[in-house]
Write a protein of this length. Structure first.
Length: 590
């Protein structure tokens, strides 16, 4: 064993006061298992698209009591450096995963030992409630202990700043810099039970009531909701959404019998016994219990939150008895139309030049298309609600307002929380379905009407497995060598190229991208003459190159089959022109 690894083992065993995780590292050390020790101990935890996520077990590269204490120490130090020695407060929420409550208590103790007031929820809460509470309670920061829809072995550490949005640079790197510059915990950090006798601890629970009151102001057709014959089947996916989702439905006026819960998945269960991968975005293969419950209760609409209730999945029973699971882009299309239609009706004289909708760079362009047609503004952000939330805050400072933000991975931000919110989104989709039903229209039929009105926006995404990182580098290097990007994809000329790795974007006057650069990852987008787009992105965690294709047509088309055929041809052209699998030895998705 090399000296550096041995030192890491010795430090971990000396600093971790939890018998279970310390014993894990001791056992690996006794077995001289350098590979597993290296995997667990070498390197540092860092904030990604949605905070820090890692497996819960012993090691500096894992989440456990020691690393939560270390990160929170860095967090506390950065807060003091940012806001000075005056009063500082942090709100902490947690989900129903293994160790989530304990992690929140250890974090609270570290803050309190640094003179920082903590608002702590008394029980599990949805992630968007913690984001909302950060701003509502006028805290300098917020912390949500959650791994969202990750496998049961994982947990996470998600941080918000005083604007209620997730942190971006430099706050994320500064927290880690402080944490790893002072890695040895103070002994007092381990006495987490001290928090319950501290005058620096307060309850965050009142923020839940305020959150509900605020979001229930969005109800549009309460009387009509009360009369709907529709039944909605709801699943919490063994997570934290059921309690507030049920209250939200009641507040929207829906009759009690219209809300049918999937009982097996209603309450928090960290073992996730009915789903190996608790992400409703996976579609039919993870929605079986929802289908069964809906069929048994004559329900025609399914609404499923992920375990921390920040995402929402929508499905509708079709006339032939089959279930249609909507994609995130399809859901975003429906919600874009619905939100603007009703917002404009309530605000007929509002300045549309200051009214915005946002979505991410790999989501459908339908937002821009509808915005251009109706007169409001659209903005594209990098992938992830940490970017969207901060852009919303920037637009607010400039005197504008954002009425909706969303991305294709079934995340929607239609409410007051500066993070995606599956609770209010569930109620809004239910109200949309009920209103359409009263008009004799289904969700699927309305989606087709939107496409006929504004043009089809059909999306296809997939990936190829890459044999080595050097091949990924070569593919992107070949695409951009001398700025000699492909001039055509199939029969369509390339109009614009946006390369967020280098900052090149010839759609801009100075050829400089407006979106933030992502120099550590590869991402290039091609816009074709007909408005269709193709994006290549290298995965940051797996040996894959992903592609996102969107076929855009003119308004008025009605033949769905012919448009789908066009999409299939575009996919073939994109793969051959941009990826050339045979040349680079790529393996198609199974």
């Amino acid at each position: 064993m090399n000296p550096a690894l041995k030192t890491l083992v010795e430090n971990y065993l000396a600093w971790d006061k939890n018998a279970k995780t310390r014993a894990e590292i001791q056992a690996l050390y006794d077995q001289n298992d350098t590979q597993k020790l290296t995997d667990r101990l070498v390197g540092q935890l860092a904030f990604g698209t949605a905070g820090i996520r890692a497996r819960v077990e012993g090691g500096f590269k894992r989440l456990n009591y020691l690393t939560v204490i270390q990160i929170t120490h860095g967090f506390a130090r950065h807060l003091r450096a940012s806001f000075g020695e005056g009063p500082i407060s942090v709100v902490i929420g947690y989900d129903g995963r293994f160790d989530s409550k304990a992690f929140s208590e250890y974090a609270a103790n570290v803050f309190i030992k640094n003179g920082i007031k903590v608002y702590l929820f008394s029980e599990v809460v949805p992630t968007p409630v913690t984001a909302y509470a950060t701003e509502h309670l006028k805290c300098q920061a917020g912390l949500m202990v959650t791994a969202s829809h990750n496998p049961k072995e994982d947990n996470g550490y998600k941080v918000y700043w005083d604007n209620g949005a997730q942190i971006i640079g430099p706050n994320d790197t500064e927290i880690c810099r402080w944490a790893y510059s002072e890695p040895q915990p103070r002994d007092e950090y381990w006495a987490k039970d001290d928090i319950y006798t501290s005058n620096l601890l307060a309850s965050a629970d009142p923020a839940i009531t305020h959150y509900m009151e605020t979001e229930l102001q969005r109800v549009l057709f309460k009387d009509a909701n009360a009369k709907t014959p529709l039944k909605f089947t709801y699943s919490a996916f063994h997570g934290v959404g059921y309690k507030l989702a049920k209250k939200m439905f009641e507040g929207y006026g829906f009759p009690a019998e219209s809300f049918v819960v999937v009982k097996e998945q209603a309450l928090p269960d960290p073992t996730f016994p009915t789903v190996t991968f608790p992400n409703p975005e996976e579609g039919a293969k993870v929605l079986k219990l929802s289908f069964d419950t809906a069929d048994a209760n004559n329900s025609t609409v399914i609404l499923a939150n992920d375990p921390d209730a920040d995402r929402i999945q929508l499905a509708e029973k079709q006339p032939n008895g089959e279930w249609r699971v909507f994609t995130g882009n399809e859901m975003g299309t429906l919600l874009t139309w619905w939100v603007f239609k009703n917002w404009r009706a309530k605000n007929p004289n509002a300045d549309l030049s200051k009214t915005y909708m946002l979505n991410s760079a790999v989501s459908s362009q339908i937002v821009k298309t509808i915005a251009d047609a109706e007169g409001f503004k659209s903005r594209v952000t990098l992938t992830g609600f940490k970017w969207m939330g901060n852009v919303v805050c920037d637009i607010r400072k400039e005197g504008g307002q954002v009425i909706l933000a969303w991305e294709e991975s079934i995340g929607f931000m239609p409410g007051s929380s500066m993070d995606k919110d599956g609770v209010i989104s569930a109620a809004m989709f239910a109200e949309l379905a009920a209103w359409l039903h009263e008009q004799g229209v289904s969700l699927a039929a309305q989606l087709l009407t939107i496409y006929k009105t504004y043009g089809f926006h059909l999306v296809k995404s997939s990936y190829y497995i890459v044999p080595s990182p050097s091949v990924t580098a070569q593919i992107f290097s070949d695409l951009r060598t001398g700025l000699n990007y492909p001039k055509a994809i199939g029969s369509q000329a390339v109009k614009y190229v946006r390369d967020l790795t280098t900052g090149y974007d010839n759609a801009q006057k100075d050829n400089k991208a407006v979106l933030p650069l992502s120099t550590s990852s590869e991402m290039v987008t091609f816009t074709l003459e007909n408005g269709s787009i193709a994006t290549l992105r290298a995965s940051g965690t797996e040996p894959k190159i992903k592609y996102y294709i969107e076929l855009k047509t003119e308004p008025g088309k009605e033949d769905v089959a012919s448009v789908q055929k066009e999409l299939a041809q575009l996919e073939t052209d994109v793969v051959q022109t941009l990826l050339n699998p045979s040349k680079y030895g790529l393996i198609a998705r199974a």
